[in-house]
Each structure stands twice: as structure tokens, then as C-alpha cells.
Design a protein around this ligand. Sequence first.
Ligand SMILES: N[C@@H](CCC(=O)N[C@@H](CS)C(=O)NCC(=O)O)C(=O)O
Length: 204
Amino acid sequence: MYKLYWAPNTGAFAPDAVLTLSAAPFERQRVDYDGKEQEGEAYRRINPMGQIPVLLLPDGQAMTESAAMVLHLIERFPEANLAPVPGSAARADFDRWLVFLAVNVYGAILRFYYAARFTTDPNGADGVRQAAERDLQKQFAILETALDRSPFLTGEAFGAADIYLMMLADWYRPARELPRVGRLCAALAEEPRIAELRKLYELG
Ligand SMILES: N[C@@H](CCC(=O)N[C@@H](CS)C(=O)NCC(=O)O)C(=O)O
């Protein structure tokens, strides 16, 4: 059985949604984020970065990086249809957007919320935050343009990259004011299992 280390309002939401929609056998292990459990020695043994999420595979192997978890799970549970067929042009697009979201957008969100960590200048946090916000506006504008061809990132039906996008737009709310990003998020929020999970993760 899989085990997902999670906490509300963290990137565990994306792999959790893929596990849930795939009807995969898994259990959740809540991390005491406010109590900084993720900074403790025991947690760092499973994730030296001290970050949430961590996915334990059925054999006990620990996996970090939310996008890598999503890629692993869509391969493991292809019947859930949360990504196009491997090797197809549509899959290349899916991989592109998932990595764009995980690297660029998630990265800018971390700089936005944890600005002081990204500078050695004691007065530098405001500048980091402003630059992060500028990056977020640019990145979400790119996503808005990409959505002019179809309602979801890789077509007519939603997939795991769309779920990842919704999670990030839940954290950076101005993104939801973009018409196509906003429509994508609203459509996903109507899916009953996703709606339940958003409550669990205190999103929205
Ligand atoms: N690249 C990592 C980022 C994970 C991450 O930054 N998680 C945040 C919560 S959303 C965290 O655990 N932050 C705690 C900290 O950095 O102290 C991933 O995608 O899994």
C-alpha cells in the first residue's frame, strides 16, 4: 500500500488527487506542519529537504518531489486516464506543462511566500516577493494563452497537469481571475472527489 505524508495547504494535494482518482490503495500520514515536524530528524531521514509531500511506495521506498510522484502514479494506474498515452505528442505537451508548473510556478510561489529565504540581504525580502509576483503573472499569462486551444492543458478532459495547475492557482488567487484558468479551476472543483479533497487540504 502507498503512504502519503501530507498536510493541509501543501503540494501533497496533487499526488493525493491522483491516488484518489485512481482508486489506489493508500493511507495518509498527516505531518504536523505548524509544529515543524518536517524539520525534525525523523522526517528528514525520509526527506532530507524537510518538505511535504513524501510518497512511500508499497515496498517502503521513499519518493520526494510532487511532480515525480504524479508521473509515477499515472504510469502505475493508467486506467484512471489522467494523462495522455506515453510517447504521443499530447503526452509531450502534458510533460511540458507538468514540469513548467512544478519548476517555474511552484518555484515562484515558494519565493512569494518564503521570500526571506531567497536572499541574504536582511532588507531584501520585499524585492524577492515583488519579483516572484512578476514571474507568477508572466507564467499564468502563458498558461492562459495555452488554454485557448482546449478547456484543459491537454485536451477536452481534465488530467493530472490540470489538477496541479488548480492547486497552484488556489495558492496564488489572482490567477483565478484569468478567464480560462478560472474556468478550468471551476470545472475541476465540481468533480466530487476533488471537491472533498479541497476541503481536506483547506484550499479554495
Ligand atoms: N519541489 C517540492 C517542493 C515541496 C515544498 O516546498 N513543500 C512545502 C509545502 S507546499 C514545504 O514542505 N515547505 C516546508 C519548508 O520548506 O520548510 C515538491 O514539489 O514536492
